[in-house]
Design a binder for this molecule. Structure first.
Ligand code: GAR
Length: 385
């Protein structure tokens, strides 16, 4: 037998990183958090799918790490990515996504969670700092996750996203057949109308920031003075206005209808999106934007038109409901349906839990459908190459 030769690694001044398992145990992370706390140090926690890693992810994670002394990244398991992002995702299985993230210098631990929400993990680990991307605000975080964070006194930090970088935009470029394509032309201008919290508006903002939706937000209008959608838009520096629309909570008066149309036209809006807008549009709005008004509705239309459609489905004993993106015409919730997503009604669902699951689908379906619809419109400026 010949002599065995050993190739010696040259000595370097940098100390090697200790070998780590890609996937950490939540119990150990809880213990690590306590150990850090004893030394006055802080654990930072963030979560996401991290499907195809890009520079936006890396910059985000580096900033998150800088908020404390150890960074834990919780990634959605494969089944939960599929349910959030659609059947063609994830592109890479959870074990590989974990391994890639664990190799980054700014990431200390990766943990996989199987459910759609990260609530249980937050309760077990009790991090001192929570980081989330700029497509959210503390108000638009999922209510369950928000209360778990509040319970453990966690500080919430919203970090800016890198414009044009997201897994969805990378996939869209690959599908276009020219991955290096630089998009040109005027981006369609959106006018967003909302009466509520604005989580669908936040999803549109996130899709634009991530490059999955080629558009810009020209104006945000609300019929409710204190609506969350207005606060969120103002924080982002977008033009946002409360415009009264009459005394009836669900109907426009004639003057309000015209004023909305005039303001949207003056802002050069190409397409109007109703993102939780509760009034029925009439003549002047429909005439000003024919085929250019899109609504998100929380049911599988034509079922359960009108108010609180999720509650209607629940009270009706339906086994399944969902959400629809449709064009708006003179009939309430009656225009052409462009896309739908199904959501099962679970035996222990309350109106709140069912609506929350429908909204998760809304946040994916609305930007996706809008992006496809914009490509279909004939006389908008060309999108793409
Ligand atoms: C959404 O669930 C949307 O589908 C619904 O209002 C909610 C607004 O939430 N819209 C309707 O019921 C319209 N008929 P958001 O303010 O968090 O986006």
């Amino acid at each position: 037998m010949g002599e065995v030769e050993f190739a010696m690694q040259p000595e370097t001044s940098a100390s090697p990183r200790p070998a780590r398992h890609a996937v950490a145990d939540p119990g150990e992370l809880g213990a690590l958090r306590d150990e850090l706390a004893r030394d006055g140090r802080r654990m930072v926690f963030t979560n996401g799918c991290f499907d195809l890693l890009h520079v936006g992810h890396v910059r985000y994670l580096e900033q998150a790490r800088a908020l404390g002394d150890a960074l834990v990244v919780a990634i959605n398991g494969d089944a939960s990515v599929r349910s959030l992002k659609g059947p063609s995702r994830p592109v890479q299985p959870e074990q590989e996504r974990a391994e890639i993230l664990a190799a980054l210098g700014c990431v200390d631990h990766v943990v996989v969670f199987g459910s759609e929400r990260v609530t249980e993990l937050i309760r077990r680990i009790r991090p001192q700092v929570y980081a989330k991307g700029g497509d959210y605000t503390p108000e638009t975080l999922h209510p369950e996750e928000r209360s778990a964070l509040d319970e453990c006194g966690c500080q919430i930090n919203i970090l800016p996203l890198v414009e044009g970088r997201s897994t969805s935009s990378t996939l869209a470029r690959l599908e276009s057949g020219d991955p290096s394509a630089v998009r040109s032309g005027r981006r369609p201008r959106l006018g967003i109308l909302g009466s509520g919290r604005g989580s669908n508006f936040a999803a549109l903002v996130g899709a634009i920031a991530g490059g999955a939706l080629e558009a810009e937000i020209a104006l945000v209008l609300s019929d409710r003075e204190g609506a969350g959608i207005l606060d969120h838009a103002r924080r982002l520096g977008l033009p946002a206005r409360h415009v009264p629309a009459g005394d009836h909570p669900l109907r426009f008066d004639a003057a309000g209808n015209k004023e909305y149309a005039d303001r949207l036209r003056a802002a050069g809006v190409d397409l109007v999106v109703l993102a939780g807008f509760m009034r029925v549009l009439k003549g002047p709005m429909l005439e000003a934007f024919p085929g250019r008004i899109i609504n998100i509705h929380p049911s599988l239309l034509p079922a359960y038109k009108g108010l609180e459609a999720w509650r209607q489905a629940l009270e009706d004993g339906a086994s399944e409901t969902g959400c629809s993106v449709h064009l708006v015409n003179a009939e309430v919730d009656g225009g052409e349906v462009l896309a739908q997503a199904r959501v099962p009604v679970l035996p222990d669902d309350t109106a709140e839990t069912l609506h929350a699951r429908i909204q998760e689908q809304e946040h994916r379906l609305l930007p996706e459908t809008l992006s496809q619809y914009l490509r279909r419109l004939p006389d908008l400026p060309p999108i793409g190459r």
